[in-house]
Write a protein that binds this ligand. Structure first.
Ligand code: TYD
Ligand code: MG
Length: 454
């Protein structure tokens, strides 16, 4: 009997080693190596190509004819936009997200909405009954949406031949297994093999394929970095499970920009597109409370107004606490140090808590000024006028730095009825006459504080 060939694979990053090792040399994780069978029979898959026999010739770029790019438009406008204006035929789209965030809901909802396309939804996680119940919750009828509970790739391909779908959805890649390879479902070699088979199917038939992938608790797509290299587009669904907002981001896109994002709201009956996120993220309380400021930020290339909430209080115990939700804690510590050193505010003995409303995470540096002003407002217990918005970065020297796409941020603030926006005086090309909202340009934190609190 021929000897079975095996190798060891890191289940975290996909690195291969001929022998077992305790610590992965490429991702430094411990105890992640698992032995997997790599010897596979010849002529295994229905989509294997004999490319070695095809003569290929290189062409100069000018010789290559430009084909009109065809896009398959989806009814879900947000998904369309994140994909760069619809799906490209034959593309493989990886859709990642934490468990329970709503991946299955979003894809099933998309499948039901597309009444004019034949969709095959393969689930390896839920029974057909469960999917039916979920579909009833979302509540639109569709005869063209086919559902199958299956985990074997070979059976999936048989059904694909029978149904001939326009769009294929696989939920999830970690539950699928191919008979061409002997390791267990969810292992690196299985995931890689199943994805490779689906990739060949997508490219040869021109059918777009959605592939759901789980995310590990560290936030990377479970197991395989390898997967990200194989697919055309990587979308990540994120959000705080205790809040209703979900954001879909494009991390990689061979056919469009990665700056776009889509925003949804989770309801009892599925996910609803949020057309104007700023209006919901700003709370509508009538009272003017201290410790609240409004920042004009950008998510990708979309302007969004967010509410920053701060609470500064005298530390009850020896070591003051600093806690931040939705904003980088190290950056908060840095801003507190700038306030202490450059502006002389004694915050060293105070507890500081920071929260971004709506459960969203903001990485845009333009929120810095709003964070500082919310802290100052809470510290002095003086509310900030709710018609003032802020948009600027703060440097270590306490200077107010300019940020990109300023005109978009100002327009968004104006659209939401703000009366004043405070920006850096180093922002070029911004003229008061182009806007109705009053633009206040400042160079230092002290100037901003004076502009707000008088
Ligand atoms: P699900 O799509 O199963 O998540 P994933 O596939 O990413 O693991 O989403 C499950 C969550 O969504 C669950 O906690 C219930 C909630 N949900 C709603 O709030 N409304 C709905 O209409 C549906 C179908 C789910
Ligand atoms: Mg699911």
């Amino acid at each position: 009997m021929a000897k079975v060939k095996t190798s060891f694979f890191c289940q975290n990053c996909g690195a291969e080693s001929p022998k077992w090792v305790g610590k992965c040399a490429s991702c430094n994780e411990w105890n992640t190596y698992v032995e997997e069978v790599i010897d596979r029979p010849k002529s295994a898959t229905p989509f294997s190509s004999s490319s070695s026999q095809r003569a290929s010739k290189a062409h100069s770029l000018n010789e290559i004819e430009k084909k009109i790019e065809r896009r398959i438009e989806l009814k879900d406008v947000e998904l369309n936009r994140v994909l760069g204006g619809g799906m490209v035929p034959g593309s493989l789209i990886l859709f990642g997200g934490e468990p329970g965030i709503g991946k299955s809901t979003l894809l099933l909802q998309m499948a039901i909405q597309e009444t004019d396309k034949k969709i095959l939804y393969i689930s390896g996680e839920e029974s057909e009954q469960q999917i039916k119940m979920r579909a009833d919750r979302i509540g639109i009828g569709n005869d063209n949406c086919f559902v199958l509970t299956e985990t074997s790739m070979q059976n999936v391909f048989l059904q694909i031949e029978a149904v001939e779908p326009d769009i294929l959805i696989i939920d999830s890649v970690q539950t699928m297994h191919s008979q061409n390879i002997e390791s267990s479902p969810g292992s690196i070699s299985q995931i890689r093999e199943c994805t490779a088979e689906l990739l060949r199917y997508a490219k040869e038939s021109g059918t777009p394929v959605f592939l759901v992938g789980h995310i590990t608790k560290e936030g990377s797509l479970a197991g395989p970095k390898v997967l990200e290299h194989m697919v055309d587009t990587v979308l990540v669904f994120e959000g705080d499970r205790n809040h209703v907002y979900r954001i879909i981001r494009s991390v990689k896109n061979r056919f469009g920009s990665t700056n776009e994002l889509g925003i949804y709201e989770m309801h009892g009956a599925g996910l609803r597109v949020v057309e104007n996120p700023s209006e919901i993220l700003l709370s509508n309380n009538e009272e003017n409370l201290s410790g609240i400021s409004i920042a004009s930020t950008l998510e990708g290339i979309r302007p969004i107004m967010v509410e920053v909430q701060a609470l500064v209080s005298t530390a009850a115990y020896g070591t003051p606490q600093r806690s931040s939700t939705g904003y980088d804690l190290r950056r908060l510590n840095m801003l507190l140090a700038v306030l202490e050193k450059r502006c002389g505010f004694k915050l060293g003995a105070k507890d500081v808590f920071l929260n971004i409303a709506g459960g969203i995470k903001v990485n845009d540096p333009a929120i810095d000024l709003a964070v500082v002003c919310a802290i100052m407002s809470s510290n002095a217990n003086i509310p900030i006028n709710k018609k003032i918005s802020l948009s600027a970065e703060i440097s270590l020297s306490g200077e107010i730095k300019p940020v990109n796409r300023m005109d978009q941020r100002i327009s968004e603030a104006q659209k939401l009825g703000m009366e004043q926006i405070i920006i850096s005086k180093y922002n070029k090309g911004i003229h008061q006459k182009d806007f109705e909202i009053e633009i206040v340009k400042v160079g230092k934190i002290e100037d901003a504080i004076r502009a707000i609190f008088g």
